[in-house]
Every structure is written in C-alpha cells, then in structure tokens.
Design a protein around this ligand. Structure first.
Ligand code: GAR
Length: 210
C-alpha cells in the first residue's frame, strides 16, 4: 500500500473522505500523515482523532517558497511518503517541488476543469449562469489547476442556488470522486500519458453516483 500524505489548510472534509475510504482492506493507499501549513487547521485535530500522524509547517516563518517547500519535503521524506493528496491546501508550489512528485500527487478542485481555475469557483459559475458545475480530481503539474484529469463529477445548478448551496452540492461529489481517483492512481490503474490520463473514469453525474 502506498504511504500517502494528505496536505490541508483548513476544514479537511476531503481528508475525512480519503481517510475513511483508505480503511477498506483492499485500498491501495494508506493514509500515514496529514500535513498542514497552518497549525490551527481544524482538519489536523480530526486527523489526530482518527489516529493519523499530523504535522504543521508554517509557511509564514520561511523567507520564501523554496525554503518552505524544502521543509515540507523533509517531513515527507521522514515519513517515507510515496504519494500526496492535496485537499484544500491553499499554497502554490514551485516547479521544483511539483517535479519531484510528478505522477505521485493529486489535487481536488471545486469546478469542472478547465473551466473555473483558481478561487471562488461557485460564485463565478453562478455569475455566468452555467447550468452544470462540478469537481475535478487531477494530477498536479506546475501550471495551477491544470494537469491530467482522473475523475470528474457534474452537479446541476438549480434556481435559487447560492454559492453555499451550490458549493455543498459540489463538495458532496468531491467526497465521492477523490477516493475513487486515489484508488485508481495508487493502484496503477491509471497512468499519465502526455497531458491525459489513460484509464481515467468516465464522466459521472450526481444522479448516477449519489
Ligand atoms: C474543497 O472544496 C476543495 O475542492 C477546495 O477547497 C475545499 C477544501 O475543503 N480546494 C481548492 O479550492 C484548491 N484550490 P475541505 O478542507 O473540507 O476538503
């Protein structure tokens, strides 16, 4: 089983979903570390309660991004980490860090990439009047919110939605597709070829997977 670290900055609901999924005896990844750039991230306490080792590396005490990343890398090496899941980790990485983890680092993004990269995805989707929104699990490459897609789920945008109601509908699907994506990536069922993933899941929507 691949020794997997989850990197978080906040609440950690995707982290919870990954920890729960990895309890299945046949799951190809074992969650051995939850690492945050904020010592007060609520997710850290939840991880601890679930019996997972936790660590915090505060980005603010480092002179620059690379110094911060070297420190992260050291913690990851100390825990003999094979695979990383970013789960609401709100720091950008340099190519130096990402290239060391190429093909071994996944992210979950609250939109149907390549639409709505970046922040405030639900507000922007509502402002545009789109009728379908969703989430994407993808391998991480140096360009922000790009990278080969492993799984996506779509949800409808409903009349009267607010960023909160739409965000909650999307989040519940993040919790479904992220464990699926980790299972596929950690088992080797998917692999990167160019900017695509071979073996990726077919598109699903919440009526099919709810
Ligand atoms: C999730 O919606 C995740 O997709 C998003 O942050 C939230 C974290 O929630 N990630 C990003 O926006 C990354 N740019 P969680 O801490 O409850 O998993």
């Amino acid at each position: 089983r691949l020794r997997t670290a989850i990197l978080i900055s906040g609440r950690g609901s995707n982290m919870d979903a990954l920890i729960a999924a990895a309890r299945a005896p046949d799951f190809p990844a074992e969650i051995v570390l939850v690492l945050s750039n904020r010592a007060d991230a609520p997710g850290l306490a939840k991880a601890k309660a679930a019996g997972v080792a936790v660590a915090a590396v505060d980005h603010k005490i480092y002179a620059g991004r690379e110094e911060f990343e070297r420190s992260l890398q050291l913690v990851l090496e100390t825990h003999r980490i094979d695979f990383i899941c970013l789960a609401g980790f709100m720091r950008l990485f340099t190519p130096w860090f990402i290239n060391q983890w190429r093909g071994r680092m996944l992210n979950i993004h609250p939109a149907l990439l390549p639409s709505y990269r970046g922040l405030h995805t639900h507000e922007r989707a509502l402002a545009d009047g789109v009728k379908i929104h969703g989430c994407t699990a993808h391998f991480v490459v140096p360009e922000m919110d790009e990278g080969p897609i492993v799984a996506q789920a779509a949800v409808p945008v409903l009349d009267g939605d607010t960023p909160e109601t739409l965000g909650a509908r999307v989040l519940s699907q993040e919790h479904v597709i992220y464990p699926l994506a980790l299972r596929l990536a950690a088992s080797g069922a998917v692999r990167i070829e160019g900017n695509r993933v071979l073996g990726a899941l077919p598109a699903c929507d919440d009526r099919l997977i709810a």
